[in-house]
Write a protein that binds this ligand. Structure first.
Ligand code: GRF
Length: 237
């Protein structure tokens, strides 16, 4: 991508803050301005998910409410039983099931290359990982540089990897949260775009904590995608 994203400067609401030290991406548009200044044309979005799809729903609802200037062109899953596929079909969105039998934690290079080409053919501009359980590798990273976002259930760089809420509880943390970041070749290690803190309560179980983190995710992810869409429209490559 030719444009270099500038530095994050403005948190958009009080319960959010931005860990800007590791990031060089700008998220300057307050979410409240997005309903009054829609962007044309909407960003062409693909959503990837392997599971229950609650973040997909939050993104979909934000688009429907006019708060996120994007169109979901395709919902991609690697899991035929994932609820996200049913949710997408119920909303008449195209879905794509990726068949991968060789690896569990990533796609084979040829499968990922084919997927990247399909997305390029659809003129996808941005990919939002929403519970996608495979590490993104070179074919997609090369096809969509700085154009793949992820939501992670911790305040990165703390607790990358699986079941981050459980990791936070086991570590005795008092505060955790969620992070939206750009995807790079590492595991949950790309530049951080935005974060929301979530307190850990004395009686929290892994399940209760994850549920509260997810409430925060459902606000943070659509808002951050919306701001990133503004950034992309204002900095065409
Ligand atoms: C979320 O907790 C997200 O942070 C993580 O995977 C989970 C996906 O949940 N990456 P859902 O499928 O969106 O409900």
């Amino acid at each position: 991508m030719k444009n270099t994203p500038p530095t994050i400067s403005t948190p958009y609401q009080t319960h959010q803050f931005v860990a800007s030290e590791t990031s060089n991406i700008s998220l300057s548009a307050p979410s409240s301005s997005l309903t009054t200044t829609p962007l044309h044309p909407p960003i062409r979005l693909a959503i990837f998910g392997s599971g229950k799809g609650s973040n997909f729903l939050a993104i979909y609802d934000a688009i429907q409410a006019g708060k996120l200037p994007a169109t979901i062109l395709i919902v991609v899953s690697d899991n035929p039983n994932a609820r996200i596929i049913d949710l997408a079909k119920e909303r008449n969105l195209p879905t794509l099931l990726v068949e991968e039998h060789r690896y569990k934690s990533r796609l084979s290079e040829n499968v990922e290359s084919e997927l990247a080409q399909k997305l390029l053919n659809l003129n996808i501009e941005l990919i939002a990982l929403a519970g996608w359980m495979r590490i993104v590798k070179y074919p997609l990273l090369q096809a969509f540089p700085n154009r793949i976002l992820n939501i992670h259930p911790s305040l990165l760089p703390q607790f990358p990897g699986l079941e981050a809420w459980r990791q936070a509880l086991l570590a005795g943390a008092k505060i955790t949260g969620c992070t939206v970041h750009l995807v790079n070749e590492g595991i949950d290690s790309g530049p951080i775009l935005a974060q929301t803190q979530v307190p850990i309560l004395p009686n929290d179980s892994p399940e209760s904590l994850h549920a509260r983190i997810q409430e925060a995710e459902h606000l943070l992810y659509p808002q951050t995608i919306a701001s990133y869409c503004s950034f992309l429209r204002n900095n065409p490559s």
